[in-house]
Design a protein around this ligand. Sequence first.
Ligand SMILES: Nc1ncnc2c1ncn2[C@@H]1O[C@H](COP(=O)(O)OP(=O)(O)O)[C@@H](O)[C@H]1O
Ligand SMILES: [Mg+2]
Length: 420
Amino acid sequence: MPRIITVSSGKGGVGKTTFAVNFALTLSRVAPTILVDLDTGTSSVRNTLDTPVSKDLYHFFRKGQLLTDCVTHLDPTLDPQGLFKDFSFIAAPMHSIEEITNWNDSSRWKLVHAINQLPAEFVVLDLRAGLDANVIDFLPLSNSGILVFTPHHPAATLAAGDIVKSLLFRKLRFIFSTDSPFFRKHGALANQHRMVNELLDQVEDVYEDNLPNLDAFLQDLLMSLGPSPYLETIINVVHSFGVYFVLNMFDGVEESYDTAVRPFVDYLKNGLSAHLKLTNLGWVIKDDAIHSANCNRRPILLQPIEQKRTPLPLDPVMRELASLESSVFGLPEPKDITPLTKPTPDELLNISDRSPLDRQLEILNTMFRTEGSLQVRNNFAYITHRVLHIVRSLPADSFGQNRLLTPLEIFHKVFPDLPS
Ligand SMILES: Nc1ncnc2c1ncn2[C@@H]1O[C@H](COP(=O)(O)OP(=O)(O)O)[C@@H](O)[C@H]1O
Ligand SMILES: [Mg+2]
């Protein structure tokens, strides 16, 4: 089963494409990975990869080509050692073409179906900005995929929060719609049903102060209904929802914490629920080298590696990171990476349920301890390390998804007891 991992942000300019390209490159060191450019209006993936593209989404939509035939491998000049031979990408058309930029429903489902057939272990989707069906329909049902935001665009942090809100409400609305099996089963509770939907309207409406978030709403519901299937269902949906994020253009623990992580966590907590499962997957530093690598159409991970480091004692965690880095990037086994203070394996790998805000600060501090020109590579190695750990230790619904779901499949996933 492939794992489909979306990269989204709600707003543009935060580094989605930069992250998606380098993340997919890193993943491909572990298993075959295909990056799909779904931001068909800007087509930025092909603009950051100096590789000739013979077929792209234009050929898929207009020329009836199979999506698997629209896959492009890196030009050998970008990857002379073949380190990234398992990386490939599907480019958006070179120029904006209205019907490919703004898919209608049937184009979108055609693409969804074809993405589900792609022969790769990892499929990374670089999504466009915005919150319409062409973003939401590619996102998972029970988690956020990877959200990217940055201390440099505070408004984008809230836009990432809005994605989470849309996903949660999409699911709740679906469950509580009047033609859902939930309604049929609890039809006798028609009054409750109307009330729940009205209250959901109030929570979703940011201009409505009565019910600031789902937690307050659940309190209200408990007071007026007592224990009920509605309450139980909402608690299940909210408490199991996983939110994963990456900080791009990271510029220091405190700055990032104050201008990105805290507003994001507060926004979710105050406007949605304090019970979402938040996971900070890591960060990517702000570095002009990243930007100029993009401009030269040779992403930072495809740049030649300069090696200049002073030997210092290794601790077990840094050794693990270093050997991952060596397997991922083909570097010789390093003898010389060191943290300033020792992170513990628990800090690096444990996905804990402790207070989400404290946990974010801890993780930020841990990651700030790498130095030198390999920092960006370490950032991606670290994030990939965490993603692999999550992919291998949690069920598919917890992070990303095995396949993109059609409305009918969503239906059966949300109501698994129903006969098909
Ligand atoms: N970590 C970084 N450090 C420096 N510049 C970055 C970094 N990430 C992205 N950029 C630059 O920021 C701009 C927006 O990045 P891009 O990946 O195109 O964002 P998006 O896909 O979200 O619109 C680009 O010019 C890119 O080169
Ligand atoms: Mg982009």
